[in-house]
Design a protein around this ligand. Structure first.
Ligand code: COI
Length: 360
């Protein structure tokens, strides 16, 4: 059955989950383990542009084994969330930043840009259909939104694909990281090179990071702290998240680098800093400064931030030759304050003075 409540035609899922099955999933959604009844698909073909935007039952994609993405990793994605407020309404947080970043990633990977209105409309229309999947907010649950694009030309050959598929998936989510963590400074791997894809949100960046995350775990750390690829000196970001420091002289300090992901959460927290009597400073930070300021106590707090991770406290750093705690190794007050402020806006419990939330 094809309907058209918005601009995208809808083929309804005849096997949609029952309310009872859904309630069971939403009680303990985990992260990225369950997918809603429907997804968005939009095709792009050379000479035709974007076409056939539609909402269909969530199902495996029709990909030929020679599809370019399976061989040469032409793939980009985004991550944002839908939040259920106490009055039952559903809201997005700065989704236009994800739409814009998606297109910057597309440019870098030689893929076609998607009109921002199509990116946003497809999310709104999918949420209108699958809104019942947005969990309540008792434990900071939400519905994680995963737009992505893959090169789907049947092609064994290294050149940009001549066809692409854009898809939006929705997955109910609890916390991604459950506890404060220590970061591992890997001596063996780097994430991004100057002129590489570090700024883009592409699957390849994450594939190349997995081995370092495993190394971090072997050293008892929750994630890796990436240093720059040229000198292995400058702090960039940590696995799946940007990083921030609170200093004893009132700065909220974060690394500036051409190779890091331009995090929506990073940008939001930098703007919130002034409400919490912190001066936001983004500048290059090297590992010697990190070490010295952990030793002399002028870095008082540290946290990592990202859409999935929100604000995750960092309580220590470990390198092959040294190991240092941040402050007294406990979650700091500014970290807790900023986390509460950000979540407060996202869940509609605090005034949204900067106009960041959008009804879904
Ligand atoms: C996000 O923060 O949205 C990501 O894409 C990272 C991943 C840990 C889910």
């Amino acid at each position: 059955m094809v309907e058209n409540p918005g601009t995208l035609p809808v083929t309804r899922n005849q096997n949609a989950l029952s309310e009872a099955q859904l309630a069971e999933i939403l009680t303990n959604p985990g992260f990225g383990a369950h997918f809603t009844d429907h997804m968005v698909l939009i095709n792009w073909d050379e000479g035709q542009g974007w076409h056939d935007a539609r909402i269909v039952p969530t199902a495996p994609l029709p990909l030929h084994p020679s599809a370019a993405v399976l061989h040469y990793a032409q793939e980009i994605f985004e991550g944002l969330k839908a939040y259920r407020w106490d009055d039952g309404s559903i809201h997005l947080f700065r989704p236009e930043l994800n739409a814009a970043r998606f297109n910057r990633s597309a440019q870098r990977l030689g893929m076609p840009e998607l009109p921002e209105s199509l990116f946003l409309d497809s999310i709104h229309e999918l949420l209108a259909l699958d809104g019942r999947w947005v969990p309540g907010n008792a434990n900071e649950e939400n519905l994680y939104i995963r737009p992505f694009m893959v090169a789907n030309e049947n092609l064994i050959g290294v050149r940009p694909s001549k066809s692409y598929l854009f898809c939006v998936l929705l997955t109910p989510a609890g916390a991604y990281y459950n506890a404060p963590m220590t970061l591992w400074l890997t001596p063996n791997f780097t994430r991004a090179a100057v002129g590489g894809t570090g700024k883009a949100k592409c699957g390849g960046n994450y594939a190349a990071s997995l081995i370092a995350a495993d190394e971090a775990a072997e050293h008892g750390c929750g994630q890796v702290l990436w240093l720059d690829g040229a000198e292995r000196r400058w702090l960039e970001e940590c696995g799946t998240m940007n990083i921030m420091f609170v200093t004893s002289d009132g700065e909220l300090l974060t690394p500036e680098s051409p190779n890091i992901l331009e995090g929506v959460t990073r940008d939001s927290i930098l703007q919130l800093a002034e409400d919490h009597h912190l001066r936001a400073v983004a500048r290059p930070i090297d590992v010697d400064e990190l070490k010295q300021r952990l030793e002399d106590g002028t870095i008082t707090e540290c946290f990592a931030c990202g859409t999935a991770a929100v604000i995750t406290p960092i309580i220590g750093f470990k390198a092959p030759e040294w190991e240092l705690a941040v402050g007294n190794g406990e979650v700091g007050p500014k970290t807790a304050e900023l986390r509460e402020a950000l979540l407060g806006i996202q869940y509609g419990r605090r005034e949204d003075a900067r106009g960041w939330t959008r009804p879904a």
